[in-house]
Design a protein around this ligand. Sequence first.
Ligand SMILES: [Zn+2]
Length: 510
Amino acid sequence: MMNREGLIETIKNFHDEIYRENYSHLIGLKEDLNETKIYSKYQYLFTKENIKFLKDLVAKSTALEKRKNNYLIGYVIGNFVGQKLSKISDEAAAFEAKAFVEFKGNKIPYRGLTKIMNNEDNKENRDLLYEAQKPIKLKLLDYNIKYLKQELKLLNDLGYKSYIELNSAIKEVDYFKLRDELKAFLVETDEKFTVLIHEAMKSINVNTDDARNYDWGYYARHKEFDGAFPKENVISTLKKTLLGIGFNLDIQKNIELDIEEREKKVPRAFMMPIKVPDEIKLVIKPNGGYEDYNAILHEAGHAEHYAHVNPDLDYEFKHFGDHSVTEIFSFLFDNLMQDPNWLKIHTRMNNQEIEKFVKENYLQDLFMFRRYIAKLIYELKLFSDDLRKLDSNFNPAKGYYKNFGECYSDILSKATKVKYPKSSYLIDLDGGFYVADYLRAWIGERQLRHKLKQDYGTEWFKNKKAGEFLKKLYSLGNSKHINELMQESGFKGLDTIYIFRDFKDFLDKA
Ligand SMILES: [Zn+2]
């Protein structure tokens, strides 16, 4: 048994080791990933006894102290489960890494398949590729079922009867209230959104009746804009954008940029806050295309947040917490690509192209927002074992879904207008209701953007005072609840009115 201070000190060491191990692996400096070794070194850390100890602390504490303890217990429980079930997840990862699909005489690695499908112009080929990977997905689903069952059992043994209540308490959020507010938006915008999806699918010669989620993936790939977003300009565009609000990546010593090409480096941008705020890694492996720009702006948003956190904050508020806070800052930067003024400065598109790009970007954003609302509706049903059918307004109707695969497919397909496969009902699931963290960040980002425009002008991203304002919010780390962060920005709290209005304006004009 450890006391609180001992626990924190040990976690610091563990966290450092596990992050560095992952980092070297992901940037391609170290081929294998040996998490198990680190976990066994710290096996006395993530134990039932320590969780019980923290549970008592949470019960006894109030206000900020309670939040801090909640973040700590959330971290310990997450690692407790992860460690106990690492055999399943390692096996699944190993299987996934080796799996491949045979297609027209070629062997395609399963992990590279989405990218290939997003670039495949021929609908028939996309359908065939989808069929070809089904057996792999079913095998992965088996792992997922096993994992989730055991996870819920472990939590139950720890005294947490409800997955929803556990996360709700840690993140101080009422998921059902959030769901109901967002559900109303789905219904209200349904008709106009449906028209746009019809048009979009028609433009790629797909009937909406036959449209699958991967057809949307192909549509949203938007190869036609690749010329406007060349690989060579990714880093200079990022640096110029940040300089606009007064952040100079060339002299920010605590953000380390890795742009080197290594064979084994993961082909995506990511950020890793190894030691907040002193050692933040920002990694890029550009291929070109708008998604690259989007990804690096997003990750840079996280990096700037963590790099400006007040070093005197408690460790829990620097390293753990509710992700909705940091996602606000990443969305704020990647959504610059919805801003015609930013596009005018940073790309060579003409006004007409910009108008088209902004429209497509908004449609993609709306698609994803609706998809995430649907995911929240579905996940709340999954974790409350509620198979009652939903009608077209997402209200309970007569009858029951046969299983959660059918439930998932029905809700996701209704919200997005493209068909989602039943077999994805556990693969398309992030733990700890991350779906709601994203949704709350979506809402908060629109508020923050509104505030920045109001105080620093439509071109706030060229105003160093806007950067100063952001720094103040960044410095709070994760100590503030998202509602309080919105209060720091002059609002009453998290408020859906701004994002609803923004999307409704878009739909009215489209
Ligand atoms: Zn993010």
